[in-house]
Design a binder for this molecule. Structure first.
Ligand code: NAD
Length: 285
């Protein structure tokens, strides 16, 4: 494995898959959280690459500006409109949905933003637990609650929520209780939307193992040093140790999954989870 496997890749136009779907045009709005970095940015670029108008939200305004710049460099069909906001503030969530709905027909919501904190349960700071819960579970629910009435305004009454879960929504590792609980909860939210959506308003989740984002690649050198092993060994033995596919996913791979999940190709995907983990959770030794 060469060293260039270690830096987060930039999304290219060729890496964005396009899907033929009647709703994929600039009159349709896709709201994406966490759009200032990593997977959220890739989802935003993939949606814009499919002609959708993207309401890109994040607390990181500089990150949002970079996402928009990248979309312009790639000359994508749909525009990316930054709508900054903090997912822990209800007034921000209300404003973000209102602004997104003002850009066209709000039809798709991608809940991607997330964070991590590592501590054992008996030492886990409760204010950190609450913050992670607010960003990763409460905000996706509140955004869905606010977006669903807009979905219903469509002539066909259709809309879809895609939630970024994780292998940690299937099994857990120690010292990540807030993350684990949020990801399991996000799958519950996904199924709840499906239960109430009468087949018109769908929901799905996406669960991956490690994806090459700044969050992950930034830890490689430190982990290698701590464990006294090479960066390649950290990738192959630690991060991909249980995966049968010995290659980390790229953010755009996940972006493309959201586009397929939103499209009519996935009209029977409802409440389900797209488990793209290279065999990590379903195989043993
Ligand atoms: P990232 O750190 O690159 O991006 C997360 C984004 O969320 C950041 O831009 C951050 O500003 C934003 N955010 C955090 N708190 C916020 C708040 N209060 N209000 C608004 N925005 C806020 O991380 P990433 O690797 O792209 O991860 C994105 C999602 O994918 C997360 O939900 C994560 O759990 C999930 N995921 C990541 C991996 C991986 O290996 N990278 C694997 C599985 C699942």
């Amino acid at each position: 494995m060469s060293r260039d496997h270690v830096s987060p890749p930039t999304v290219t136009r060729d890496s964005i898959h396009t899907v033929d779907d009647d709703s994929f045009h600039s009159g349709t709005v896709c709201l994406v959280t966490g759009a200032g970095s990593g997977i959220g940015r890739a989802v935003a670029l993939a949606a814009a690459g499919n002609g959708l108008t993207v309401a890109a939200t994040d607390v990181d305004e500089a990150g949002l500006a970079e996402t928009r710049e990248r979309a312009e460099e790639l000359d994508l069909d749909g525009p990316i409109e930054p709508v900054a906001g903090d997912l822990t503030v209800d007034e921000d969530l209300e404003r973000v949905v209102e602004e997104a709905a003002g850009l066209g027909q709000l039809t798709y919501l991608a809940n991607v933003a997330g964070m991590q904190h590592i501590d054992p349960i008996d030492e886990f700071p409760m204010e950190t637990y609450d913050r992670i819960h607010d960003v990763m579970l409460r905000a996706p629910l509140y955004l869905s609650k606010l977006a669903i009435p807009h979905f219903r305004e469509r002539e066909d009454g259709r809309g879809c929520v895609g939630n970024m879960a994780s292998v940690h929504g299937h099994y857990v590792t120690s010292d990540k209780v807030a993350y684990n609980v949020s990801k399991f909860g996000l799958r519950g939210l996904t199924q709840s939307i499906a239960a109430e959506g009468e087949g018109e308003i769908r929901a799905f989740s996406v669960s991956t193992g490690y994806v090459k984002t700044p969050l992950v690649t930034g830890q490689l050198e430190d982990t290698a040093e701590q464990r006294g092993i090479s960066v390649d060994e950290v990738i192959e033995d630690v991060m991909l140790g249980q995966s049968r596919v010995k290659e980390m996913m790229e953010p755009i791979d996940v972006g493309n999954l959201f586009v397929v999940g939103f499209s009519d190709l996935s009209r029977h995907l409802n409440g389900g989870d797209l488990l793209y983990d290279g065999g990590m959770t379903l195989t043993y030794e």
